[in-house]
Design a protein around this ligand. Structure first.
Ligand SMILES: Cc1cc2nc3c(=O)[nH]c(=O)nc-3n(C[C@H](O)[C@H](O)[C@H](O)COP(=O)(O)OP(=O)(O)OC[C@H]3O[C@@H](n4cnc5c(N)ncnc54)[C@H](O)[C@@H]3O)c2cc1C
Length: 375
């Protein structure tokens, strides 16, 4: 258990926490080879990595290798290198969407732990962030005198539950939502994947996890998880994953079009180019905005980026399918998997609800600051 070493803490502890998350041997993240040029190290690893992408245990094994190789030490959101962080997420997504679901969750957890002031992340630990609030799956937290929490209840949508060692979980102390950090190697934790019938994103094995008096540590104050700037910064990181997956599909499509260009295939590829160029431009701009204003609320910028990338990724799926036909969907394992995974992963967008939320915020900005659409 790590409980005596993870603490919700003051500013100084937060500073130390940042160092701890960056490297628990006291070496700053930027001194790590893998962080000096994180993308090159990651690309080299991904090019070498060979695994069965349909096997949840194999995905867990690759995540462990990535953690051991310190490829998880990405620049934190808002650190001035947000785009570098997103490029890393996109590179993993282009390789495999199941893998990026685990990798994004783990790296998001490291960012949350740094932001909320936890110290000393155990070496080699691999984390999930399980924050979905499904209707029948609510986790209750009881604070104890020693400052620990006891968790009871079931959490749904726990990606990589059997592959990670620790988790950040949203829970409720009465009406107050809190974020709890816990080690999963407790007898009071049980994992159930028998409701998981996903075809796309199947290997994430995003099951239900039940807690029965599980020891945990509260991070930050009630409501702190969603009210911190990193909440929306992390949400934009998901869009980088979608982008990477779409760009990966587009690259496979481009190879096929280059081998046999015809007017229709070229037109589909042109449409893909347009979609991805727009999405990439918005991601660049959003990353720069986050780096320029790391403590500000980025909800509008993040909603916009997610929705632009979602639309682009959906366009890539449509055009790639129409351009190449059934053959690669049935005979090219990687293409077929990406085409099955991406539409499911995109459903982490809240679709029209997010569009409506963006419009409401846009109306407010228009009222307060005038026309936001002038060039
Ligand atoms: C492949 C994949 C992996 C995911 N991994 C994670 C993860 O690791 N961590 C995490 O926090 N979230 C994860 N999620 C969940 C995701 O973040 C959303 O919470 C989920 O997609 C539901 O969001 P929503 O806004 O569509 O639905 P909601 O607004 O929550 O609900 C929409 C409708 O679906 C119903 N519904 C929602 N969840 C359930 C459920 N479990 N059982 C029955 N009905 C339900 C609701 O009652 C409602 O009618 C994952 C989702 C996917 C698709």
């Amino acid at each position: 258990m790590f409980d005596t070493r993870i603490r919700a803490a003051d500013h100084e502890a937060k500073r130390r926490a940042h160092a701890a998350v960056q490297g628990d041997d006291g070496v700053a993240a930027n001194d790590q080879d893998s962080v000096k040029n994180p993308l090159a190290a990651l690309d080299a690893f991904l090019a070498r990595a060979s695994f069965d992408a349909s096997d949840p245990a194999a995905l867990g094994g690759i995540l462990r290798q990535m953690v051991d190789a310190r490829l998880d030490r990405l620049p934190l959101p808002g650190s001035g290198q947000t785009l570098a962080r997103w490029r890393a997420l996109a590179a993993v997504a282009a390789r495999d969407l199941g893998l990026v679901k685990l990798f994004e969750g783990h790296t998001d957890a490291l960012a949350i732990l740094a932001e909320l002031g936890a110290v000393a992340v155990p070496a080699g630990s691999r984390w999930g962030v399980w924050a979905a609030e499904a209707p029948d799956a609510r986790v209750l937290a009881t604070p104890l005198a020693d400052g620990e929490l006891r968790l009871a209840g079931t959490k749904a949508w726990c990606s990589g539950a059997a592959a990670v060692t620790h988790a950040l979980v949203t829970a409720w102390v009465g009406d107050a939502p809190v974020l709890a950090a816990l080690a999963l190697d407790q007898p009071s934790v049980s994992i159930d994947t028998h409701h998981w019938h996903a075809v796309g994103m199947q290997a994430t094995a995003s099951g239900d996890v039940t807690f029965d008096g599980t020891r945990a540590v509260q991070l930050g104050i009630p409501h702190g998880y969603v009210r911190r700037p990193g909440f929306w910064q992390g949400g934009a990181g998901i869009a980088a994953c979608w982008y990477g997956a779409a760009a990966g599909l587009a690259s496979m499509m481009a190879e096929a079009v280059a081998a046999r260009p015809d007017a229709h295939r070229l037109a589909h590829m042109g449409a893909v180019e347009v979609a991805l160029a727009g999405a990439a431009a918005v991601l660049h701009e959003t990353a720069a905005q986050i780096d320029a204003h790391p403590a500000e609320d980025m909800q509008s910028a993040t909603l916009r980026a997610r929705l632009v990338v979602e639309a682009a990724a959906a366009a890539v799926v449509e055009h790639a399918g129409r351009a190449l036909g059934a053959a690669p969907l049935c005979r090219n394992e990687r293409f077929a998997r990406a085409m099955a995974d991406l539409p499911v992963f995109l459903r982490q967008s809240h679709a029209e609800r997010d569009l409506a939320a963006l419009a409401e915020r846009s109306l407010g900005q228009r009222r307060d600051h005038g026309d936001p659409w002038l060039l």
